[in-house]
Structures are given as structure tokens and as C-alpha cells.
Design a binder for this molecule. Structure first.
Ligand SMILES: Cc1cc2nc3c(=O)[nH]c(=O)nc-3n(C[C@H](O)[C@H](O)[C@H](O)COP(=O)(O)O)c2cc1C
Length: 211
């Protein structure tokens, strides 16, 4: 595992220059994710949504896939975020690694993944996580912890001896990015910010923003 303080210093010295920016932003995001993972850092991102009045909310989710199509996370479609995305299918995502003095902002439209893709991912989850997806009414108030544990037990019994199927209210979302902004901290707060804006299916305009 890389020593984080050393890596952070190297990245701050190296900076982020246009010459090192790949034409497609998902490639740079992938490279930064690999560096973070090698340094033992998390895989989560913050996703901000807003209701139909524009009132925002945000929360951490695990980033399960990132590629040319966008960013994928899984959740309960009836949760607060699910309800907000139904009203307003747009999100702003933040991947931040404080230890590396780095962040990536991604903004775009959001759609549900095809059901077969959510099924395939659900099938890779541990049984307990699958039962929780049935037991939890994510974001709803509940009387106490026992309520949740009883529901978990109920579904454990219901699915005894069989693979737990994906509940219809649970699945993936794809954030289809319009913009990515990569922020690399530098000495003297002379930070680097490169903004990618989509100008075609896989064509991006790159510009530099003042820190
Ligand atoms: C590190 C981390 C990862 C998380 N990953 C997920 C996730 O992948 N999916 C999810 O639904 N909730 C995840 N959560 C919980 C959410 O932050 C949140 O509590 C939940 O999704 C309900 O949010 P909502 O009420 O805004 O819909 C995670 C929380 C943390 C701290």
C-alpha cells in the first residue's frame, strides 16, 4: 500500500495539466479511482439530488461502476433519493479524497438501469444484503430496531433454501455525465481545475477554471 502523505505530496507537485488530460474524462476518473484504491481509500461518492421545487439533498453511496456510459450506484427506488430522482432526474456527484487533495465533480441526467443489469448485480450481493433490501423501507420512519430485525427474519424465512430475488423497488441508477471537473490541490492554493463539457457522444471540450 502506498504511503498516503508521500503520494499526496507527489500529486500536489505533479499537478494536473492539459497535456496529461485524456480526451475522455471517464479515463481520468478511472485512473484517479485506481490511485485512491491503491492508497487504501474508499469507493464512495456523494450524490446530490433535488426535488421538484429545487430543494437539494445529498448522501454517500458506493460507486459500483464507472465507464464511458457514466456512474452507476444501487439503491432503493422508493427512498428519498429515489423519489427525488423520479421528480427531477438529475444529479450532482462528488468523489472526494481529502487525503490526496483531490476531488471530482460529475453532473448529469439520471436513469434507472435496465432490470437485467440490476438483477445481475443483485445476484452478486451477499445474502444478508439481499435480505436487507427486502426488509428495509429505506428513508421511512420506523418504530424501532426490532421492527427492522423482525422483517429481516421474516424474509430470511420466506427465502429459505433459495436465492433471494431482487425486490422490484431496488436497483441501479446511471448518471450520464454532461460535465466532469477534476480538482487537484497544489501548493499556495494554486490548485488545478480542469472542466470537461460534453460536446458530442464521446467528444469533450476541456477548459481550465481558476482555483
Ligand atoms: C460509505 C457509505 C456508502 C453508502 N452506500 C450506499 C449505497 O450504495 N446505496 C444506498 O442506498 N445507500 C448507501 N449509503 C447510505 C446512504 O448514504 C443513505 O443513508 C441512504 O441511501 C438513504 O438516503 P436517502 O434517504 O437520501 O434516499 C451509504 C452510506 C455510506 C456512509
Amino acid at each position: 500500500m502506498t504511503d498516503i502523505a508521500t503520494l499526496r505530496g507527489e500529486l500536489q507537485q505533479k499537478g494536473l495539466y492539459e497535456a496529461d488530460a485524456p480526451p475522455e474524462p471517464h479515463e481520468l476518473l478511472a485512473a484517479w479511482r485506481v490511485q485512491a484504491e491503491r492508497a487504501g481509500l474508499h469507493r464512495a461518492m456523494v450524490v446530490a439530488t433535488a426535488d421538484s421545487f429545487g430543494k437539494p439533498s445529498c448522501r454517500a453511496v458506493n460507486l459500483r461502476r464507472s465507464d464511458a456510459s457514466g456512474l452507476v450506484f444501487y439503491t432503493n427506488y422508493e427512498s428519498r433519493k429515489g423519489r427525488e430522482l423520479a421528480e427531477n432526474p438529475n444529479a450532482a456527484c462528488l468523489l472526494v479524497w481529502y487525503e490526496l487533495s483531490r476531488q471530482i465533480r460529475v453532473e448529469g441526467g439520471v436513469s434507472r438501469l435496465p432490470q437485467n443489469e440490476s438483477d445481475a448485480y443483485f445476484a452478486t450481493r451477499e445474502r444478508g444484503a439481499c435480505l436487507e433490501a427486502w426488509a428495509s423501507r429505506q428513508s421511512e420512519p420506523i418504530t424501532d430496531r426490532a421492527w427492522l430485525e423482525n422483517r429481516f427474519k421474516k424474509y430470511d424465512e420466506r427465502f429459505t433454501g433459495v436465492a433471494v430475488p431482487r425486490p422490484p423497488h431496488w436497483g441501479g441508477y446511471l448518471v450520464s455525465p454532461d460535465t466532469y471537473e477534476f480538482w487537484q490541490g497544489r501548493p499556495n492554493r494554486m490548485h488545478d481545475r480542469l472542466l470537461y463539457e460534453r460536446v458530442g457522444v464521446s467528444e469533450w471540450k476541456i477548459s481550465r477554471l481558476s482555483p
